[in-house]
Design a protein around this ligand. Structure first.
Ligand code: ATP
Length: 254
């Protein structure tokens, strides 16, 4: 990727194989710090697998064989001796559907803090408020912090999961189609928060929605059948694509 920003993640020669499928092919990519990088491409092209490789969630699928290097702050996270729980704390994941823990709104966020060893009551209270504000949920829940998280709407639950993830103090937010289950207003809220959060965090967002990529991306990586076809600043890849496959995808205008 031609860029002037410092990369926070460097992916080198990454190959992911399933028994009958070469899912990711020779991925070589730098992901810049404090930007939104969108992984774009048709269904089944390997976007989620690439995202899962970035926090070693691929370890949960023993049928997948992974080769190559992924450096985060110069540490190769694919090295077998790297502590996976530390990697996952650095690389928070927001999935397609929200999965709040079966406990109160407050405890959901406090749970994230506990993982970082923060348990002092007044600090926990201050930080729960801070992260609920960062996820744009505070005003809607401040009077019912001790109600069950499961009573929230799906859009609110997704913002709660964002707050819980932020409480772990990640460097990178990995977001896998985080608005696909949400209504347009909730989608707008998450998108707006992402724009704010990139000041402090690096965001890697998977989407197959071109319009969402246009609204959010600083950089776009277009993937097709496990290969990076083209990548670069959003205006170059989406407004002036060089490769035929990208042109076709962009002109379909999904
Ligand atoms: N554990 C697995 N075992 C075998 N094949 C897998 C596994 N995980 C993913 N695949 C295959 O790898 C390919 C890429 O899947 P992936 O979920 O990464 O695509 P995607 O681009 O995120 O798709 P979508 O937009 O539909 O979510 C698909 O063909 C999928 O069936």
């Amino acid at each position: 990727m031609v860029m002037t920003e410092t990369p926070i993640i460097r992916i080198r020669d990454l190959n992911v194989h399933a028994p009958d499928n070469h899912i990711l092919k020779n991925i070589h990519l730098d992901i810049p710090k404090n930007k939104i990088t969108v992984l774009l491409g048709p269904s089944g092209c390997g976007k989620t697998t690439l995202l899962k490789s970035l926090n070693r969630l691929t370890d949960l699928y023993p049928e997948l064989k992974i080769k190559g290097n992924i450096y985060i702050d110069d540490d190769d996270i694919l090295h077998p001796e790297r502590d996976v729980s530390q990697i996952r704390q650095k690389m928070g994941l927001l999935s397609q559907r929200p999965y709040p823990l079966p406990m109160s709104i407050f405890k959901n966020v406090a749970y994230g803090l506990k993982l970082k060893g923060i348990t002092k009551k007044d600090e926990v209270e201050r930080r729960v408020q801070e992260y609920l504000k960062k996820a744009a949920l505070w005003d809607e829940v401040k009077d019912r912090l001790h109600s069950s998280a499961e009573q929230l709407s799906i859009g609110q639950q997704q913002r709660l999961c964002l707050a819980r993830g932020l409480a772990v103090n990640p460097e990178v937010i990995l977001a896998d189609e985080p608005t696909s289950a949400l209504d347009p207003v909730s989608t707008q809220m998450i998108e707006h928060q992402f724009q704010e959060l990139k000041e402090e965090y690096t965001i890697v967002l998977v989407t197959h929605m071109l319009r969402q990529a246009r609204r959010l991306a600083d950089y776009v990586v277009f993937i097709y059948y496990g290969k990076i076809i083209e990548h670069g600043p959003v205006n170059e890849v989406l407004d002036n694509p060089k490769e035929e496959l990208t042109k076709k995808y962009v002109s379909a205008g999904v």
